[in-house]
Design a protein around this ligand. Structure first.
Ligand SMILES: Cc1ncc(C[n+]2csc(CCOP(=O)(O)OP(=O)(O)O)c2C)c(N)n1
Ligand code: SF4
Length: 277
């Protein structure tokens, strides 16, 4: 097992891109740590990995991590990632997106990446808000929670990201939280080893834009809330709907084999008489 300092120097860009922009107590760093620990457990070299992000606090991860990285336009991480994967299917392509990035402006790309079952791992960091731009409500802001654009509380039903991507055809789906950092490492490792479109929703505290506005306490208290309200999928499915309250399921929701898009694409290229690398 690599010493923490060694791992930091191996996977981060310590001389170039720091200090980072994340607020004290932000959960995004914990998610980044889980991703690094998962990658360390694969046999992938840094050159075999491409990390693509959109714009937002979560999107900054591609700036700090020392893989082949692309910091793309808001909502478009999956479009760039799809092009990269089609051009060179041997690469392990990972996208990092915020909840707004993935399910609002990039929502259309997300559902179609699921439908194609393209071999990309998507880490969706769900902090229930648009962090970077001042705390506007996103498609995952829970009903009645406050945002800069919902001063009296949101009146929209939120998306359940895992259910959304399940309905659209993703073949590996898991949800973890920053409280369950070890579990998050393991989910990410399984997602990275999965052939097909894999999604890990990482619930992360944004103490500044979401927590403060909704009086959710310190970052530690927000993580304690994750601990207190998370239930494994099998146990969650047994809770009667009127008793669910704030509880939410964590763990692996879907893990199945299915044909993958770049394989199907290469078959078509061959049928058409073209060359595939
Ligand atoms: C085309 C476009 N529209 C809007 C923006 C402004 N913008 C930048 S980040 C962001 C929201 C980020 O929220 P989220 O994806 O949830 O990530 P977080 O910052 O919470 O990690 C928005 C709306 C932009 N940069 N580009
Ligand atoms: S605004 Fe929220 S998500 Fe963005 S860095 Fe600060 S705490 Fe993290």
């Amino acid at each position: 097992m690599m010493h923490t300092t060694e791992a930091i120097y191996k996977y981060l860009r310590p001389d170039k891109k720091f200090p980072h922009v994340w607020c004290p107590g932000c959960g995004i760093g914990i998610v980044m740590g889980a991703l690094v620990r998962a990658i360390e457990k694969t046999d992938l070299t840094k050159d075999e990995i491409v990390l693509v992000s959109g714009i937002g606090c979560s999107g900054r991860m591609s700036t700090y991590l020392d893989f082949n990285t692309l910091h793309t336009t808001h909502g478009r991480a999956l479009t760039f990632a799809t092009g990269i994967k089609l051009a060179n299917p041997k690469l392990r392509v990972i996208t990092v997106m915020g909840d707004g990035d993935a399910t609002a402006i990039g929502g259309n790309h997300l559902i179609h990446a699921c439908r194609r079952n393209i071999d990309i791992t998507s880490i969706i960091i769900n902090n229930n808000i648009y962090g970077m731009t001042g705390g506007q409500y996103s498609p995952t802001t829970p009903m009645a929670r406050k945002a800069s654009t919902a001063q009296y509380g949101s009146i929209e039903n939120p998306f359940d990201i895992c259910k959304l991507v399940e309905a659209c055809g993703a073949s590996f789906i898991a949800r973890g939280t920053t409280f369950h950092a070890k579990m998050l490492d393991a989910m990410m490792l399984r997602a990275l080893n999965h052939k097909g479109f894999s999604v890990v929703e990482a619930m992360a505290q944004c103490p500044v834009q979401y927590g403060r506005r909704n009086k959710l306490g310190t970052p530690m208290e927000m993580m304690q809330w994750f601990k207190d309200n998370s239930v494994s999928y099998p146990a969650f499915n047994k809770i009667p709907p009127d008793e669910v309250g704030d509880q939410f399921p964590v763990g692996v929701l879907v893990n199945r084999e299915d044909t993958e898009y770049t394989d199907r694409y290469r078959e078509i290229v061959k049928k058409a008489g073209g060359d595939v690398p």
